[in-house]
Design a protein around this ligand. Structure first.
Ligand code: SAH
Length: 264
């Protein structure tokens, strides 16, 4: 594990989106073994974005990184998506795919996998098109700020999705609770927060770079979510595929939480 917390300056300096995508988001490795981390996350997202009431006009993706997998089921339920991340090169990499530029990461195997889950493997090109149209903006954010999108003021959305960002961005549990409150302000009362969070991990590594991860227990996360004004409606824990040298995370927690009506 890294001795120190890897802050946003380190992300901006050393996070290589292409290496990250190659390492964690290739559907099967060079020996043809399936990427269980990815497929189980895709199945969780599919389950969560199929739940009753999980739909609306607007969705904000917090800490999107260079990835789109977290939006593949979501884009069937939400019309207008805003993607946010701190790191310039990650937003740029995402935009490359959105604009269908030459050299963009090939998400097709992942898109096809999700289309199969959704029961129509033929519609993958249509889904790519739909997602490209639905992501309206890609903006800088910092989840440690009271308004993470500052100087932009986003209208509260019907949904927020966030995958593996807060445990990267927060140096301790107090910071995690505060970041949850910050991104919680993006959700309308009655709207939903959908998250994937690693449990009991302290680092992840790729391309010979090590990034810190906040060690979290399931109950600490769920309590922080309740404390930020949400009721947890669905949750599941999946083991991180064992024997992975790239991280010491034990599990992935997926959950859906609904924002309570504000009491004034
Ligand atoms: N959501 C993607 C990326 C996760 S990697 C996925 O599921 O794979 C962690 C991401 O958090 C990186 O893209 C990094 O740029 C972003 N990040 C780190 N600190 C942040 C902060 N303070 N505010 C916003 N994003 C941050």
């Amino acid at each position: 594990a890294p001795a120190v917390f890897t802050d946003v300056d380190i992300y901006q300096r050393s996070f290589n989106p292409r290496e990250y995508l190659k390492e964690f988001y290739t559907l099967s490795d060079s020996e043809g073994r399936p990427n269980a981390f990815l497929t189980q996350n895709l199945r969780s997202l599919f389950t969560m974005f199929s739940l009753d009431g999980l739909r609306g006009d607007t969705l904000i993706d917090v800490g999107c990184g260079p990835t789109i997998y977290q939006l593949l089921s979501a884009c069937e339920r939400f019309q207008e998506i805003t993607a946010l991340d701190y790191t310039d090169q990650n937003r740029r990499e995402l935009e490359k795919w959105l604009k269908n530029e030459a050299g963009a990461f090939d998400w097709r195997p992942v898109v096809k996998y999700v289309c199969e889950l959704e029961g129509d493997s033929e519609k993958w090109a249509e889904k790519e098109e739909k997602l490209r149209q639905r992501v309206k903006r890609v903006l800088k954010c910092d989840v440690t700020k009271a308004n993470p999108a500052a100087p932009v003021s986003l209208l509260p959305a019907d949904g927020v999705v966030s995958a593996f960002c807060l445990e990267a961005a927060c140096k301790d549990l107090a910071a995690f609770r505060s970041a949850l409150r910050n991104i919680g302000t993006f959700v309308k009362p009655g709207g939903h927060l959908v998250m994937l969070v690693t449990l009991q991990g302290t680092f992840y590594a790729f391309n010979k770079e090590v990034f810190s991860c906040l060690y979290l227990e399931r109950n600490a996360v769920l309590e922080a979510v309740e404390g930020a004004g949400f009721d947890v409606k669905f949750r599941e824990v999946q083991p991180w595929p064992p024997g992975d040298v790239r991280t010491d995370c034990k599990d992935v927690l997926s959950f859906v939480a609904r924002k309570r009506a504000s009491v004034t």
